[in-house]
Design a protein around this ligand. Structure first.
Ligand SMILES: Cc1cc2nc3c(=O)[nH]c(=O)nc-3n(C[C@H](O)[C@H](O)[C@H](O)COP(=O)(O)OP(=O)(O)OC[C@H]3O[C@@H](n4cnc5c(N)ncnc54)[C@H](O)[C@@H]3O)c2cc1C
Length: 391
């Protein structure tokens, strides 16, 4: 799937992203975050930049970017404002499920629409009583002629209000053991051509600590009809593996968002530490502040290297669950660490909504939770460590 991009191509792409982030994303971040207002104009710009097709294969009109370049894009966006990255990240996880597991007809029908952003969405896995333990979901899809009928409630679903499609994990068999064999993944088109929700789907926006401006919602399906042709792979029983099969790329993405938050917090702190004076000198000349900056900068670089390592293995189609887990764990914790340390460097002003740093502080923690919590990442790393070093 991945086309070869030269170093010059990479520089040109990242330069274009840098300009967009500086001119369009950073200037509106504070206002839209604080008002919890959806940044429509960024969506249009993302379409023009090709971001909705960033990792979709070129045969379907996507850019077919390797994970290594894609991760660098995500770091750049998150270093200004993490939330807009979710608009194309979750969408691309949905597209990846189709690209990896869909039938040829499903790929040919949906991927070109997803690559342009005409069809946009995310993934609906989590339920009120099933997050880490996804096999415990209770949303069902029952066959009825050429359709399936979906009933159940999903929660924390990003892009579900402003997007028009979702990859929805359901149970098509509630009895079978092991439980994952009873799961299936559907591509659900939630809206009609006029942008109105179809009968049987209700979406309720949630209020969040951070990651604001982006729609994260409860999604309730009541006798919602979906064509059997939208069952990804057109065979029941593979949903769980189809959903978690894309998690390595998802983890590299979340790692990149964590590293971006860390970089952004560091940049703000480096600047503020030179501007703020106490006891007759800039605070960057106090050793206590230097220790913070030194540790933050080292962890940011270490995160970047872990992400590069995981992305290189992913692009080479090598097994990378341990590497992606390490990158996700370390970079997301670094995001939290750097945001916290930057808050201390800003002193009382860290609490002011006039400054950007409080947003980084509110946004950072999510990266430790999404795409498999960091408790799970460390367990994955340990299991792989044992498997690769058997005595
Ligand atoms: C802002 C936001 C956006 C989100 N967007 C999406 C989305 O678009 N789509 C989607 O499907 N989901 C989404 N989620 C949900 C997210 O993926 C889940 O919150 C996450 O998977 C954790 O599930 P949970 O919240 O149910 O926690 P739980 O599974 O209840 O876990 C609670 C705690 O117990 C720990 N734990 C659980 N089981 C074990 C175990 N066996 N061993 C050790 N520790 C364990 C966990 O690590 C965690 O610390 C989003 C969440 C948020 C907050």
């Amino acid at each position: 799937m991945t086309e070869i991009y030269s170093k010059e191509d990479e520089v040109a792409i990242l330069d274009m992203i840098d300009k967009w982030v500086t001119n369009e994303v950073a200037p509106i971040a504070r206002e839209f975050d604080q008002a919890d207002k959806y940044p429509e104009q960024l969506v249009e710009q993302m379409k023009e930049l090709g971001l909705f097709g960033a990792t979709i294969g070129q045969e379907w009109g996507g850019l077919g970017l390797p994970a290594s370049i894609y991760a660098k894009i995500v770091i750049r966006v998150a270093s200004a404002w993490m939330a807009p990255g979710g608009i194309f990240n979750s969408h691309l996880i949905q597209a990846s499920a189709i690209e990896r597991c869909g039938t040829q007809a499903q790929k040919d029908k949906f991927l070109p629409l997803m690559a342009t952003g005409e069809m946009r969405g995310g993934i609906a896995l989590t339920e009120p009583n099933a997050g880490s333990d996804l096999q415990a979901i209770t949303t069902t899809a029952k066959r009825d002629g050429d359709d399936y009928i979906i009933n159940g409630a999903k929660t924390w679903i990003t892009n579900s209000l402003n997007g028009n499609s979702l990859a929805v994990l359901v149970k098509t068999d509630t009895e079978i053991q092991p439980r994952y064999k009873g799961t299936s993944l559907f591509l659900v088109e939630t809206k009609d051509a006029d942008g109105n929700f179809l009968p049987g789907v209700e979406v309720i926006k949630m209020k969040k600590l951070g990651y604001r401006a982006i729609d994260t919602c409860e999604v309730v399906f009541t006798n919602f009809r979906v064509s059997a042709a939208n069952l990804i792979g057109e065979e029941e029983g593979h949903g769980f593996l189809q959903a978690v099969g894309g998690l390595e790329l998802g983890r590299i993405n979340v790692a990149a968002r964590g590293a971006g938050i860390a970089q952004g917090a560091l940049d703000l702190a480096v600047r503020y530490a030179q501007e703020r004076e106490t006891f007759g000198k800039p605070i960057c000349q106090h050793q206590a502040i230097q220790l913070k900056l030194g540790e933050m900068a080292s962890k940011v670089e270490a995160s970047r290297l872990l992400i590069e390592q995981a992305a290189a293995k992913y692009d080479a189609q090598e097994r990378c669950d341990m590497e992606a887990g390490m990158a996700k764990y370390f970079a997301s914790e670094t995001g939290v660490f750097c945001a916290n340390e930057a808050m201390r460097i800003f002193g009382g002003y860290s609490y002011s909504c006039e400054y950007e740093i409080e947003r980084f502080y509110r946004d950072a923690m999510l990266m430790c939770i999404g795409e498999g919590t960091n408790e799970f990442q460390r367990m994955i790393i340990a299991k792989q460590l044992i498997e690769r070093n058997k005595v």
